[in-house]
Design a binder for this molecule. Structure first.
Ligand code: ATP
Length: 444
């Protein structure tokens, strides 16, 4: 018999079906057994009256929560059943896999008259058994949402003629800044894990691809213990040629994110509100823009925040957080483009204006950076001089070659997929990743 997904089965009263899944809840009493069966599409109650089904009793006595079973039975409408007014009356139950007592508590179990509250295991304990933790409705919803986020962005770009590329993650020279890269043994020499696809995205511009994007792993050897940093994460990067100015890049990103949030709000807005208590807000275009200098001035005037002199050329974490309050109050918006960073804090490949200011931005969403974007320096001599200024010309020799034989003007940006998921659902980065990787975490 062919399997029916639970979401479909519950719409077919009167039909005989085969459903399969995990036991989400089990209540076994003298006369009745109620099983809540869960698959990736939904849940259904399986009701067994023991007297009328003595042949199932032996199997039922072996069942435990989270065991995997297959059930053949008839779907019946029953107004008394809370879960959608439908239940399945089984004729057969097959045990596929028995689960031992779970080593973690996935959700706090409230106190009853007889039992005290059982508190939820910490996120680190839950990551030790991440596969069990991922069985919850919220976690499965999170990855359905992430699928839509990435897919809707991919679709938006493909429709505009972007080519999807896959660049190497094993590289021969420490890229960009030389810092924060993981060295790996590569036969008899040293290689590194790519810290960003930046150089290859730009190579694609020199290859005449004009518009490209990549969704792939990014490695950062940073000992950061914040709720927004991981040592490996997924980057959504894009680059495109013949831009007229940085405005084209910002405009592209604002439209891309608006398209994505529209799709997410439409399909999952209600379930996200119910499961995570957060609203998916579709932004209005254009997104507000402010210079770093003006932002600091505003934050001081409005909230008395003063930035230490030595940090003025970059956005501090406190200012980043406070900027959310400011952009909401000033523009009723959740996104803010910040421009006008100092050259010390930006990579050598950002183009600079006539005053030496890098032509780039950070995009802040809900008070956290989700993107760095820029117009890139495509003129070989200037690029080489900027690399030399940062003491990098030897490390990036192969990259500089890309600009020697013709390259169009271009720009682009990189968005952290995990950061975006985390901000959308208002959870920490460890919760938002399938499996988190951090300075102290290499398992499972
Ligand atoms: P941050 O200042 O937050 O450390 P960054 O300036 O190093 O970030 P970029 O190198 O510009 O970030 O990377 C582009 C995007 O990738 C960031 O805006 C963010 O969304 C994401 N990102 C960067 N570092 C991390 C990290 N360690 N963990 C998760 N996501 C990250």
């Amino acid at each position: 018999m062919e399997r029916t997904y639970i979401a479909k089965a519950i719409t077919c009263p009167g039909e005989k079906v085969l459903v399969q899944g995990f036991i989400d809840n089990l209540r076994d009493s003298k006369y009745m057994t109620f099983i809540v069966l869960k698959d990736i599409t939904g849940k259904v109650q399986i009701t067994i009256e023991k007297e009328t089904h003595p042949e199932l009793c032996d199997t039922i006595s072996q069942l435990t929560g989270d065991s995997v079973i297959s059930v053949v039975g008839e779907v019946q409408a029953n107004d008394y059943v809370k879960m959608g007014g439908v239940e399945i009356i089984p004729s057969e139950i097959i045990i596929e896999s028995i689960a031992e007592a779970l080593p973690i508590v996935r959700k706090t179990i409230p106190a009853t008259k007889k039992k005290p509250e059982v508190t939820r295991s910490s996120i680190d304990q839950r990551i030790d058994y991440r596969w069990i933790d991922l069985r919850t409705d919220e976690n499965q919803l999170m990855f359905k949402v992430q699928t839509l986020m990435v897919n809707s962005m991919r679709q938006f770009l493909v429709e505009q003629g972007f080519i999807e590329i896959h660049t190497p993650k094993l590289i021969g020279a420490a890229s960009e800044s030389g810092a924060d890269v993981f060295p790996v043994t590569y036969f008899d020499r040293q290689a590194y894990l790519a810290q960003s696809p930046q150089f290859y995205k730009q190579m694609a511009m020199a290859s005449g691809f004009e518009r490209i994007f990549e969704v792939g792993p990014v490695f950062r050897a940073e000992k950061s213990y914040t709720s927004r940093h991981a040592t490996e994460f997924t980057g959504f990067d894009l680059e495109f040629s013949y831009i007229r100015s940085i405005d084209d890049v910002m405009d592209m990103e604002a439209k891309l994110l608006t398209h994505m949030l529209t799709a997410v709000a439409e399909k999952y807005g209600d379930s996200i509100k119910e499961a995570f208590g957060t609203e998916v807000i579709v932004p209005t275009l254009p997104f507000p823009v402010i210079t770093l200098q003006e932002l600091y001035k505003q934050l001081e005037e409005k909230y008395g925040y003063t930035v230490p002199e030595e940090e003025k050329c970059d956005l501090t974490t406190e200012a980043e957080q406070l900027s959310f309050k400011w952009v909401q109050e000033t523009y009723g918006h959740e996104f803010l483009f910040v421009v006008g960073f100092g050259p010390e804090k930006r990579p050598f490949y950002h183009m600079r204006d006539k005053d030496g200011t890098p032509i780039g931005y950070d995009l802040i969403w809900r008070g956290v950076e989700i993107t760095t974007g820029a117009q890139r320096e495509h003129r070989y001599d200037i690029l080489k001089a900027q690399a030399e200024e940062k003491g990098l010309s030897e490390d990036v020799k192969f990259y500089l070659e890309f600009f020697k034989y013709g390259c169009p003007p271009h720009g682009g940006f990189g968005i952290g997929v995990d950061r975006m998921t985390m901000l959308l659902l208002n959870v920490g980065i460890k919760e938002a990743m399938f499996i988190f990787r951090g300075p102290n975490r290499l398992d499972p």
